[in-house]
Design a protein around this ligand. Structure first.
Ligand code: PRX
Length: 651
């Protein structure tokens, strides 16, 4: 059932003049978990609201104080005690839902496993017993360097159960990145696997761990899951998961931890500087991930099948594969591999196979699917879907509309959720049963969150103007600091605007007062004295029917300060690109955003450089645009892309 929305190509849209908006379907709104009154209710007494949300969890001891705020340090639910793994597992079994699937796991080669809540409790208990036997205790750090397999979730929850602090390192990261994180966190144990399946073949993990732990005596043991069966080197330090966890007792009495006990450290993948170990604690984090997963995705745990396509190595995987969904007793689909293995319909095959009702993914994935063509998802039955989410970077309006139409059948709410590793949970997003969402806009802060757009001086901007997003009041899932570097915590987030949390993103309020997130402030260009965001120009480029993806940078220019250079991937590839088309694209941007935004140059390229979490590395494109040698490419998914791009370009 498609609605009467104009097709994307027919509407020339951009962030300043976007007029489309999609109200929730009436039956969805009527049955939604959260109604419009939630905003008022939360605003009337913010702390009472969060206290109410904390009541969603099972506490061993209730808190004495909701919030202790000694800026910039927050403590939430002070004096409260709870166990995160009990909240994510045991209590659902105790409530009679032990037979419900907690995890529907799909391996890349097509093998699959269903793990019920009762099975998950047993496995987490066994793993917790083994961690204790290996000498891991409360407060110790445990590194987890794993493929996307159920044991990764089990390992995280086992740490949470005994009060150890997990530190998941994305399985695609190099030995150096792993080593750097081991040094910083001083992890005592590494949990890994022989390897995992990616792009149709086993990739290995254990050799990288072997290399990283050699010469790092702080690591006492390496616990290894057998996934692929490939040969691995073995030392005295190494322990097989199946030989230990496999035979351990499934009886484990969990201890209650303090609400402010550390739950995990997640390193943000800084593209230049040393990564920051973002620290999250237990009670507040679990409260906000649980509430947001239930409210923003309208989760009905009895009937929904929820799939988040992120990797567990990112915060999205922590908050919205593990802690949010499982604390709510939901059924989570987890997929090991890549979207095009063995074919480009893999994601939609998974939606069809499991009857996925809620799907959450990144704009970079959505744009890739656009490029592959809408006939691919059209081959699958996607009618089970009822909510779609986007996260990780600004979603271009055209990608949003494509997602809504071709994946959501034109009648499904799409929530563009803005948040960060540091915020721990969703902060700005439409609510699917309440908000008339505009394509590309995160719309506004969720209930209980006080965020705004301010100018250079920290004053709120009027509607229709741009500035910086800030958070005014502390929130339950906020980071509690940077591991071992207090000064950096203050400098990075609290020095730009005194008394306000500064996430580092640009944002705009439109004429209706709705919020548009524009990406990192470093991605703002200054052209002849005008501030323009790379996102706006990219969205204008992607709104042209020939363009599948675009990345825009500001290159130093003697005349204009910065000149806009656009890199585009054309639909269907296109080896030789006529100059007229590139000229047409420049004019198209000029027509949609105004002459000031017309790119000085547009280059057609076969690929764009992206970090492993899917963010475009504009720094490298700027190097090319300014004819410089290309800098550090170690965080790229595929460093050879830069050679390919450089070779294509006229010097
Ligand atoms: O720039 C914003 C962008 O991603 C940054 C946070 O990245 P990370 O800590 O890796 O967490 C990603 C998953 C939450 C933000 O500072 N970002 C994230 N979501 C959006 C976004 N930008 C625009 N719109 C979004 N929905």
């Amino acid at each position: 059932m498609a609605d009467s929305t104009p097709q994307s190509q027919e509407t020339l849209s951009n962030l300043l003049h976007e007029t489309r908006s999609f109200p929730p379907p009436a039956d969805f709104a009527a049955n939604a978990n959260v109604k419009a009154d939630a905003y008022e209710h939360a605003a009337a007494d913010r702390l009472a609201f969060w206290e109410e949300q904390a009541g969603r969890l099972q506490w061993e001891r209730t808190w004495d104080t909701v919030l202790d705020w000694q800026a910039p340090y927050a403590k939430w639910f002070v004096g409260g005690k709870l166990n995160a793994s009990v909240n994510c597992v045991d209590r659902h079994v105790d409530a009679g839902n032990g037979e419900r699937a907690a995890i529907q796991w799909e391996g890349e080669p097509g093998d699959s496993r269903t793990i019920t809540y009762a099975e998950l409790r047993d496995e987490v208990s066994r793993a917790a017993n083994v961690l204790t036997e290996l000498g891991v205790g409360k407060g110790d750090r445990v590194a987890i360097y794993m493929p996307m397999i159920p044991e990764t979730v089990v390992a995280m929850l086992a740490c949470a159960r005994i009060g150890a602090v997990h530190m998941v390192v994305f399985g695609g990261f190099s030995v150096d990145a792993l080593g750097q994180r081991l040094d910083d966190s001083q992890a005592k144990l590494v949990i890994t696997a022989d390897g995992g399946y990616r792009r149709g073949k086993p990739s290995s993990l254990k050799p990288a761990v072997d290399e990283a732990v050699a010469g790092r005596p702080a690591v006492e043991n390496v616990l290894v899951v057998r996934r692929t069966g490939q040969e691995v080197d073995w030392t005295e330090r190494d322990v097989w998961w199946h030989e230990t966890v496999g035979g351990a007792s499934s009886e484990h009495t969990p201890e209650a931890h303090d609400a402010e006990d550390p739950l995990f450290i997640m390193y943000t993948s800084g593209t230049t500087a040393r990564p920051k170990g973002i620290l999250h604690t237990t009670g507040g984090y679990l409260t906000q991930t649980s509430y947001t997963h239930w409210s923003v995705f309208d989760l009905k745990p009895e009937t929904d099948v929820y799939w988040c396509a992120a990797d567990i190595g990112w915060i999205t995987g922590h908050s919205y594969i593990v802690y949010g969904p499982l604390s709510n007793g939901g059924t989570v689909v987890m997929y090991e591999g890549t979207p095009d293995t063995p074919h480009k319909g893999r994601f939609w095959e998974i939606v069809q196979k499991y009857g996925v009702t809620i799907a959450y993914m990144a704009p970079t994935a959505i744009r890739t699917f656009m490029k592959w063509g809408e006939e691919i998802p059209a081959e699958y039955d996607l009618s089970s879907l009822r909510v779609l989410g986007s996260v990780g970077e600004p979603i271009n309006p055209e990608a949003y509309v494509w997602y809504r139409q071709n994946i959501g059948g034109g009648n499904v709410p799409v929530v563009d959720t803005w948040w960060q590793t540091e915020t721990g949970a969703i902060m700005v997003s439409p609510l699917p049963g309440v908000t008339s969402a505009k394509p590309g806009a995160a719309m506004g802060p969720i209930p209980g969150i006080d965020a705004d757009v301010v100018d250079d001086e920290g004053n709120p901007v009027p509607d229709g103007e741009g500035g910086f997003i800030v958070v005014r009041e502390p929130w339950p899932a906020m980071l509690r600091g940077i591991w071992g570097d207090d000064q950096r915590y203050k400098d990075t987030y609290w020095s730009r605007f005194p008394g306000l949390y500064f996430p580092g993103d640009g944002a705009k309020k439109d004429e209706d007062g709705d919020m548009w997130l524009l990406g990192r402030v470093d991605d703002v260009m200054l052209v002849s004295g005008h501030n323009l965001s790379t996102t706006e120009v990219e969205s204008a480029l992607v709104s042209h029917p020939e363009v599948a993806e675009a990345a825009v940078v500001g290159a130093a220019d003697k005349v204009t300060g910065q000149a806009i250079v656009g890199f585009v991937i054309l639909r269907g590839g296109g080896e030789s690109v006529p100059d007229e088309l590139l000229q047409e694209l420049r004019n198209h941007v000029g027509a949609s955003l105004g002459p000031i935004a017309k790119p000085a140059r547009i280059l057609a390229v076969p690929e764009l450089p992206k970090t492993r979490s899917g963010k475009i590395m504009r720094r490298l494109l700027r190097d090319i645009a300014e004819n410089r040698d290309i800098g550090d490419t170690s965080t790229l998914t595929d460093a050879s892309i830069m050679d390919v791009i450089a070779k294509q370009l006229p010097k």
